[in-house]
Ligand binder design. Structure first.
Ligand SMILES: [Zn+2]
Ligand SMILES: [Zn+2]
Length: 364
């Protein structure tokens, strides 16, 4: 984890240094022509350091943005915590920055820099922090909502959680083999018919999914489009998919008419969800899944207000408290936008935006 962090930071530093050198050369050229009236972009001012809060093998570094961004948008902030000549870094698009992989009982000196297209600013003033095992940094209780088909392993020192999902749901569906031993088969009701169902029974596939995410994921400076296949893991043990049923093929009413009443069907080798799963979450605040970027996906309403949030970004996300957190955290909602109406039932896509954090790989 430390190595990965450091390599990641090194990559950012060299990229920033390179672009700084390129701009410096360009600036020299336009200076010699002496007729340029363009504004010269510079690195931003230094951020103002705030409070450093110790965690267990971690620290949260708060800061305020510099008053001058140098004329170019600040794309990320980097915290650097140094002790005994060794540095650990972490980046985020805003305050605070969560720095993981620190040693308990060691006092670190931490600074923050801002990066824009020109390069990296001077460092802020330093602040000291001493991580400790007794600091309140435990697994968010949202992880307790995962059922028996999802094994949750907390790696406290790494600050990560690994989910091992069975790839099968823990509830009834007409997609179980009627002649199988699951005990979970039900005949299709009003939502679908045998004729319109996708081929393949849940029982046919063995398809475990492994996803490792940071306990405290951060928004990334750029979003990442989702792709086909698992974009997250539901609390039931099956993956969730986006709004597509093939390369650049959106879900249509024909495909949806084959979904069970959980908004799911079988498809390449696994039972998966596309739509609001009404037996689990039906226009409410319930937690349903975690996405590959580590952010949780809740129902159409938010615990912070009890209503449909009005401040959602293009991915259906916002930052507020939830029923599982007393501090404001970024999370997604199923957007309260009817996608299609099929069999007299409104379909709401689970997630049709881009990841606002950095997607971690799902392996199976
Ligand atoms: Zn599908
Ligand atoms: Zn919310």
């Amino acid at each position: 984890m430390n190595n990965r962090h450091n390599n990641f930071h090194r990559g950012i530093l060299s990229a920033a240094t390179m672009s700084f050198l390129l701009v410096a050369c360009g600036g020299g050229d336009s200076g010699s022509s002496s007729s340029s009236g363009s504004v010269t972009l510079t690195v931003s001012g230094a951020p103002t350091i705030g409070i450093a809060t110790p965690g267990n093998n971690s620290a949260s570094i708060a800061f305020t943005a510099p008053s001058s961004n140098g004329g170019a948008t600040i794309t990320s902030y980097t915290a650097t915590c140094t002790a005994n000549g060794a540095s650990v870094t972490a980046t985020n698009s805003g305050s605070p920055i969560s720095v993981t992989g620190l040693s308990n009982g060691t006092t670190y000196s931490c600074t923050v820099t801002a990066t824009n297209s020109v390069g990296t600013s001077a460092a802020s003033a330093a602040v000291s922090v001493t991580p400790s095992a007794s600091a309140t940094s435990s697994l968010p209780s949202a992880f307790n909502q995962f059922g028996a088909n999802v094994k949750v392993v907390y790696n406290e020192s790494a600050g990560t959680v690994t989910l091992e999902a069975a790839g099968r749901p823990d509830h009834q569906s007409p997609y179980w083999n009627p002649n199988g031993t699951s005990g979970l088969y039900v005949a299709p009701g009003l939502e679908t018919t045998v004729a319109s169902m996708s081929p393949g029974y849940i029982d046919n596939y063995t398809n475990k999914y492994f996803l490792t995410v940071p306990v405290n994921p951060q928004k990334a400076s750029t979003t990442t489009a989702t792709s086909l296949g698992a974009i997250g893991i539901a609390i039931t043990g099956s993956p969730i998919f986006n709004g597509q049923e093939g390369p650049n093929v959106n879900l249509d009413s024909g495909v949806i008419s084959g979904f069970d009443n959980y908004g799911a069907h079988t498809g390449p080798q696994v039972y998966h969800y596309h739509l609001e799963p009404t037996p689990i979450s039906n226009d409410d605040i319930k937690l349903f899944a975690i996405l590959r970027d580590g952010f949780f996906l809740y129902g159409r309403k938010c615990a912070s207000t009890g209503t449909h949030p009005t401040d959602l970004d293009a991915s259906g996300g916002h930052t507020s408290i939830t029923q599982y957190s007393t501090t404001a955290v970024y999370h997604y909602h199923i957007k309260n936008q009817i996608y299609l109406t099929v069999n007299n039932k409104n379909a709401y896509l689970l997630f049709d935006g881009a990841y606002q954090g950095t997607p971690n790989s799902v392996t199976n």
